[in-house]
Design a protein around this ligand. Structure first.
Ligand code: TXA
Ligand code: MG
Length: 324
């Protein structure tokens, strides 16, 4: 079983252990405000290979590289003015920008899956302290087995990887709870490669223009992690439920009871008050709790498509997609 070190009570020890482990090319699970990441030295090909192996992740799916700040990011990627303005507005935070890689960047091509672009994010909290101490970019996908639900607690990570992992840093439950929003600026167009923890409406307000959604499924190849069934619990998922079948788990929203709740295996409410940010924070943990009951299926009541509801519904649709 992995060692779990609490970053809130043992910050210095956590930093020291993490830097030592990362320096050996061994991945470390770290807290970020979005979800827990499986971090490794982005310049070390062996370390990156280990991430792919531990996750069972297809090698064509590039990793997000985490940086201390915009200044570090500018050393590795070429920023257009719109990307720079978005970085200034939202970093540190749940925003990933896909940018052209600089030829002199030490980020290893394996981390980029051979692409001439790199996905960059500046995380908040303990991850940023670790980046400062390690002083090198950290490649970090979500710390889950490929295709499974992203972890929002240290316990989720430790349970998923068991003895495959040496060290998990525990920073408490992730505050955002959904992966970052991924954008790529192309000329005058801001393309949304993945809806996530940063509301698109906020991006549009800062950018002063509309963000373009991927209209066709094939376009998702640009963010390969967006393909096929993803974020899937073990049990089949039923969306937009208007009732609950006996023995099902119900995950509802907004405090609205559904017919059949009395014979459900478990009833959870993502946000009784109808707050979408709270719902986002709870989503993955509730899916895991639903799975832990061993119920035959999980029913979700409808979630509004506004604000963070867009990213929540995106994850739900992937959870409900036919399994590959
Ligand atoms: O919030 C997050 O983004 C978390 C935390 C740990 O930072 N990370 C995360 O990583 O969700 P992951 O690997 O699960 O998802 C990364 C996504 C994938 O869909 C990948 O295809 C896309 O980012 N991506 C990374 N680099 C890219 C690039 N150069 N071009 C297009 N998409 C890229
Ligand atoms: Mg992931």
């Amino acid at each position: 079983m992995a060692d779990i070190v609490d970053t809130r009570t043992h910050a210095a020890a956590a930093l020291e252990r993490a830097c030592e482990t990362l320096s050996r090319g061994v991945p470390v699970a770290i807290p970020t405000e979005t979800v827990y990441g499986l971090a490794a030295d982005a310049t070390n090909p062996l370390a990156i290979t280990r991430i792919y192996e531990m996750k069972g992740r297809p090698r064509f799916n590039p990793l997000i590289c985490h940086m201390t700040d915009l200044a570090m990011a500018e050393k590795h990627a070429v920023f257009d003015p719109v990307s720079r303005a978005l970085a200034q507005a939202f970093w540190p935070g749940p925003l990933t920008l896909v940018l052209p890689i600089r030829p002199e960047s030490a980020i290893h091509p394996l981390a980029r899956a051979g692409l001439d672009t790199v996905g960059i994010r500046v995380p908040a909290g303990f991850a940023s302290r670790l980046l400062e101490a390690f002083d090198r970019p950290l490649a970090a996908p979500s710390a889950n087995t490929s295709g499974r639900i992203s972890p929002t607690t240290a316990r989720h990570v430790a349970d998923d990887f068991t003895d495959k992992l040496e060290l998990v840093l525990d920073g408490g439950p992730a505050t955002v709870g959904l992966e970052s929003t991924i954008l790529k600026v192309e000329g005058d167009t801001i393309r949304l490669l993945r809806p996530g923890g940063l509301d698109v409406a906020e991006i549009e307000r800062v950018a002063g223009r509309r963000v373009q959604r991927n209209e066709k499924a094939g376009a998702a190849i640009e963010a390969p992690g967006m393909l096929a069934s993803h974020y899937a619990p073990v049990a089949p998922v039923r969306l937009n439920a208007s009732d609950v079948k006996p023995g099902e788990v119900l995950i509802r929203f907004g405090g609205k009871p559904l017919p059949g709740e009395d014979t459900a295996a478990l009833v959870l409410d993502l946000s009784p008050a109808g707050n979408l940010a709270e719902a986002a924070t709870n989503l993955f943990g509730y899916m895991k709790r639903a799975d832990a009951t061993g119920a035959g299926s999980i029913a979700f009541s409808p979630i509004p498509e506004t604000g963070l509801g867009e990213a929540i519904n995106d994850r739900l649709q992937r959870a409900a997609a036919p399994r590959g």
